[in-house]
Ligand binder design. Structure first.
Ligand SMILES: [Mg+2]
Length: 161
């Protein structure tokens, strides 16, 4: 389904995204999904690998996190941990918050990517906002139950139809 097809399909997690490639393609801003993409849900902790990737990304791109999470305390702590602006309650695939964040960072949608682990929220939302999109697998360090893995495979199969 074309509306779920990302610009970049990564066969790995966020740390496998080649930042140089994005730079060469004219990308200036990276909007990140939070849960499963950047940190394990409710863990409140960043792995060394993800932290290293973020450090590299920070050097060349404007960064923000846009999450559907609604827990204010969690979002506030996460913003402090990441030292990146975090916008919650985004209701992706709605594009409302995404467009607001791009505007606040003075980024055009077409020079920005939305990075996320879910086609139906992250990828669809990014595309609706006119952004480029990157679909990643959840962090390698996360151990998800088998049924969730199955559902992810199914969702990935749908983007190719
Ligand atoms: Mg996620």
């Amino acid at each position: 389904m074309v509306f779920l097809r990302p610009t970049y399909l990564i066969d790995g997690d966020i740390t496998d995204i080649e930042l140089n490639r994005l730079k060469q393609d004219g990308i200036r801003g990276i909007i990140l999904d939070l849960d499963s993409t950047l940190i394990a849900p409710r863990s409140g902790r960043l792995t060394d690998e993800a932290a290293a990737w973020l450090t590299s990304a920070r050097a060349d791109f404007k960064l923000a996190v846009v999450s559907n999470n609604t827990k204010e305390e969690y979002l506030r702590k996460t913003a402090a941990l990441l030292a990146i602006p975090v916008f919650g309650n985004a209701a992706k695939p709605s594009r409302r918050v995404l467009l607001k964040v791009l505007d606040s960072l003075a980024l055009k949608p077409e020079e920005s990517v939305l990075v996320g682990d879910r086609p139906l929220t992250d990828i669809w939302g990014g595309k609706r906002a006119g952004m480029k999109t990157v679909l990643v697998y959840p962090l390698k360090t996360m151990n998800e139950p088998g049924w969730i893995k199955f559902f992810r495979k199914l969702e990935r199969a749908f983007i190719k139809v």
